[in-house]
Design a binder for this molecule. Structure first.
Ligand SMILES: O=C(O)CCC(=O)C(=O)O
Ligand SMILES: [Fe+2]
Length: 280
């Protein structure tokens, strides 16, 4: 299958985003905004067609040997927690293990990239979020990425540092690899430490488990919604494509972050780069 036409990749009958003024798009925007406000997760089921999802997953899986590998104890907050004792729930850490396929490792012809650079999708997401401007990231490393999680790989409980994440599920493992989240557990003025402690202790009935299927496009607001991906069980990897946008045009990720990626990339220790200057 060549995926020459976008209609071979995206279910345009269900998601005619190129018909921006159509009643279908208006209904999707209405549903999306309501769902995000209540649940922090808006899913568009079957957005990417099955054969395209399979091709994207196969391409990404083939990139794993060259992809950065994360194996860290992850903190819950993207910023320094401002509260106290070592046993305070905000200082808990959880395992975080996966490969991250980078933008420049994904081919220019990839059907996943075709979706990412599809203008009507960018414009739809801008309207959904109510932003005045919305640009695709042009970062050579992180604009378009994928997380690939093998046996035992997981993404521990955390809040995201950015306000919204756009992802498409491309392969499901046989078991595990489930996305769990506690909608709006914290808010700007209230960290809700008791709620956090309850979730970490497995005692909170506010935790939901997303029932995601391959091909689903997800819009997730993870800045106030604690979430994790449970460990993958079995040999089939979990694969998720991630699209990065920015309200400002032309921004790149900081060099410290990129240097960390380099250190984690096979065969690229970063040694000899001389602070970014290439030596003769
Ligand atoms: O893999 C996912 O579905 C979401 C991962 C996640 O929470 C993140 O990238 O911050
Ligand atoms: Fe996250």
């Amino acid at each position: 299958m060549s995926f020459e036409n976008l209609s071979d990749i995206v279910d345009l009958t269900r998601y005619p985003l190129h018909e921006a003024d159509s009643p279908v798009v208006a209904a999707l925007l209405r549903e999306g905004r309501e769902t995000l406000a209540a649940d922090a997760l808006f899913t568009m089921p079957g957005f990417v067609l099955p054969q395209a999802s399979a091709a994207m997953a196969a391409e990404l899986e083939a990139r794993v040997p060259m992809a950065p590998r994360y194996e860290v104890e992850r903190e819950i907050y993207a910023y320094e927690p401002e509260t106290g004792a070592a046993d305070h729930p905000c200082n808990a850490r959880h395992a975080c293990r996966y490969h991250q396929v980078l933008n420049h490792q994904i081919s220019n012809e990839s059907p996943l990239r075709r979706v990412f650079i599809w203008e009507p999708l960018r414009e739809f997401l801008r309207r959904l979020m109510g932003y005045e401007t919305f640009h695709r990231s042009e970062c050579p490393h992180l604009a378009l990425t994928a997380k690939v999680a093998g046996p035992g790989d997981t993404d521990g409980w955390h809040y995201d540092g950015n306000d919204v994440v756009f992802s498409v599920l491309l392969r499901q493992p046989g078991a595990g690899g489930l996305f769990e989240y506690a909608p709006n557990l914290r808010s700007e003025g209230d960290e809700n430490w008791d709620g956090l402690a309850a979730v970490l202790a497995g005692r909170n009935d506010t935790v939901r488990r997303a029932s995601l299927a391959v091909g689903d496009l997800n819009v997730f607001q993870g800045d106030c919604t604690l979430h994790r991906v449970t460990p993958v069980e079995g040999d089939t990897r979990r694969i998720v494509g991630l699209f990065c946008y920015d309200r400002e045009p032309g921004t790149n990720f900081g060099e410290a972050y990129i240097e960390e990626l380099r250190k984690r990339t096979p065969g690229q220790s970063g040694a000899g780069l001389n602070g970014g200057r290439v030596t003769a």
